[in-house]
Design a protein around this ligand. Structure first.
Ligand code: AMP
Length: 233
């Protein structure tokens, strides 16, 4: 049953450039839950030069996926921390059916898993990623429409291209998405906690649609619970 105090555990699904990261950050702020990004965890590890980072770097720069067991272990550990008791939003995981089935196991006894798919046409994704820059200092993600902005609007840090955001790597990441991750839509779409959101609109509008989708899931769950309680009595 979903009460007002039930945790909101949200998975944001979608291809590279769909706006998952942007939406996850905004959602985490609005709902005061932690944002978990497996891509960020891996990039931090690469930067720190840890064993994990060394294993992940070549794979990430090829546009491929880091192996399931490693990713599942990372997420399992992250979800043991106390900050997730009121819920979380996760971006970049699961990316394969094996990761999704493990996440279902991890979630047993922890409340519902909300899944929102953000959809955007492929060519728009390639264009968006070409314009995407990340602040070296604060990690803020910016879109450089004219390709001239070099400084982060939030902190003044230098805006750089992610090493896996070049066009050829993005096309490979889209291919990997279609093959490995898109099947998750079939995996989740029959659930009452799944919704799709049109990501081909301004980020604030996508954010509103995402909130509405979450509220719709909460409302529908309450109705289902109320009906089954009624019929039992
Ligand atoms: P992202 O920032 O989510 O686009 O992730 C960047 C890269 O990190 C991906 O292209 C993968 O190489 C790797 N990665 C992130 N999350 C996962 C995951 N759940 N499974 C496998 N590889 C991942």
């Amino acid at each position: 049953m979903l009460s007002e105090t039930a945790p909101i555990n949200l998975v944001v699904l979608g291809p590279p450039g769909a706006g998952k990261g942007t939406q996850a950050v905004a959602f985490a702020e609005r709902y005061e839950v932690p944002k978990i990004s497996t891509g960020d965890i891996l990039r931090d590890a690469v930067q720190a030069g840890s064993d994990l980072g060394q294993r992940a770097e070549t794979i990430m720069n090829a546009g491929s996926l880091v192996d399931d067991q490693l990713m599942i272990a990372i997420v399992r550990e992250r979800l043991t921390r106390s900050d997730v008791v009121r819920g979380f939003v996760i971006d970049g995981f699961p990316r394969t059916v094996a990761q999704a089935t493990s996440l279902d196991e991890i979630m047993v006894g922890r409340g519902e898993l909300f899944v929102i798919e953000i959809t955007v046409p492929d060519e728009t994704l390639v264009e968006r990623v070409a314009r995407r820059r990340v602040c070296e200092q604060c990690g803020n993600v910016a879109s450089v429409a004219a390709g001239v902005e070099r400084r982060c609007a939030k902190c003044g840090g230098e805006l750089v291209l992610r090493s896996d955001d070049t066009e050829s790597i993005v096309r490979e990441r889209l291919r990997v998405y279609a093959k490995e991750t898109r099947p998750l839509v079939d995996y989740y779409s029959g659930r009452p906690t799944f919704r799709g959101v049109d990501g081909n609109q301004p980020a604030t509008i996508v954010g509103t649609a995402l909130d509405e989708a979450v509220q719709d899931i909460v409302a529908a769950s309450t109705v289902v619970v109320a009906a089954s309680e009624g019929s039992a009595g």
